[in-house]
Structures are given as C-alpha cells and as structure tokens.
Ligand binder design. Structure first.
Ligand code: 3PG
Length: 214
C-alpha cells in the first residue's frame, strides 16, 4: 500500500472540509486533532481555501490533502500550499499525470465500472467512490468490488454516522470521506468544540466497531 493508503486504512475517516482563510484553517485543524483525527481534506470550493490548506499543513501532526482538484494547474497550486495528497471528484488524466510528476499521491473519483477500468489501466489501486450514497451506498461498494477485487475504495458523498459502519465493514473500503464531521455551517459559525465533539464521537464509534469485531 502507498503511504496515503496506509494513512486512510489507519484512520478510516477523511473529513471533507470547506474552509477559508488561515485563521479558520488553524482552528479547524486543531479541532480535528483534539477529536483524535490527524487526517483531512480541504476542498478548493471557496476563495481562501488555499490559505486554509497552507495554515493547516503547517500544523504539527496533521496530514492535509487537497480536494475538488480538477485541473493540472490546481495540482501545482495545492502542492505549493503544502498538500500531502490530492483528491479529485473524477478520474482525469491531466490531474493524475500532474500528481505523478510532483510525486504526490492522488485519489481520483469513480462512479462507474468503466471509470474503474480506466483506473486499473492507469495503475491506480485506490479510488474515491463518489457520490457513494447516490450510487447505492454500501451495496454499491459490494457490486463494484466484485469485478475489481484488488481495488480499494473511499466512499464519499452522503456518508453519515448511520452508514459509516456499514461502509467500513466491507474489506475493500479503506476509509470513508465526508463533510458531516465538520459541515460548513459549523465551520462558518466557528463552532470548533462541536467539531471536536463530532470527531471524537466518530473515532469512538470506529473503536467500538473494531472491538466488536475482535
Ligand atoms: C465531496 O466532495 O467529497 C462531497 O461533497 C462530500 O459529500 P458530503 O457533503 O455528502 O459528505
């Protein structure tokens, strides 16, 4: 497994953030760390996202990737800002090739068997399954994992506390991603303690799940 796959498999949760500015980035990064989660993705969906990413990437112990990366030029910008990995909603050769040039791990999005075939052809062994809920939820993972047994998935889109465990119980799922741990309304309101509480609750839920399985 790559370093990114190892991190995903270890922490199993990838908060997808919409956050602007370095102050908010720092608060949010610390809130996630306080909740026990040292891994996150900052999406390029708002002005100021790169500032947030840069500030978060400078925090000790936090591994910060960039999300919603859809062009090669954005790959250059997030690498400059200190991103440790790149997530894309789809599978595009421009993004994947530029990530490889920079030597930065990339998690491209797939939504069909044809996307998965292209991922295999491109030598990719872990993908974001997006939008997972609309594709059928945990049943979609099972369906796609059948013909692609070596592929590892990070379902994202519609992941909530009620379906996290079902996704993660499939052996092909490395981690789940989503905005529920730090939704934009909590971030915009500066409700950092609520975000820490949600994060800690999710981490606890996963610990309980693994104890039950042991
Ligand atoms: C993403 O870009 O990964 C999704 O917007 C996250 O989906 P969610 O908001 O349903 O968690």
């Amino acid at each position: 497994m790559t370093l990114l796959e190892d991190l995903l498999a270890e922490h199993r949760l990838l908060p997808v953030l919409t956050v602007a500015g370095s102050d908010n980035g720092c608060h949010l990064g610390r809130a996630l760390l306080a909740g026990g989660l040292p891994l996150t993705e900052v999406t390029l969906r708002v002005d100021g996202a790169l500032d947030a990413l840069e500030a978060m990437a400078a925090l000790d112990d936090l591994v910060v990737g960039a999300g919603t990366v859809v062009t090669a030029e954005q790959v250059d910008r997030v690498v400059d800002a200190g991103a440790a990995f790149v997530v894309s909603p789809g599978l595009g050769t421009a993004v994947v090739d530029r990530c490889r040039q920079h030597g930065i791990p990339v998690l491209p999005g797939v939504a069909t068997a044809s996307d998965l075939l292209r991922a295999v052809e491109a030598g990719i062994d872990a993908v974001k399954l997006f939008p997972a809920d609309l594709l059928g939820g945990p049943a979609a993972v099972k369906a796609f994992a059948g013909p692609f047994p070596a592929m590892r998935f990070v379902p994202t889109g519609g992941v909530r506390p009620t379906n996290v465990s079902a996704y993660l119980s499939h052996p092909a799922v490395l981690a789940v991603g989503g905005s529920w741990l730090a939704p934009p309304e909590l971030v915009d309101a500066g409700r950092w303690e609520d975000i820490t509480r949600r994060t800690a609750a999710a981490v606890r839920q996963l610990d309980d799940d693994s104890e039950r399985r042991a």
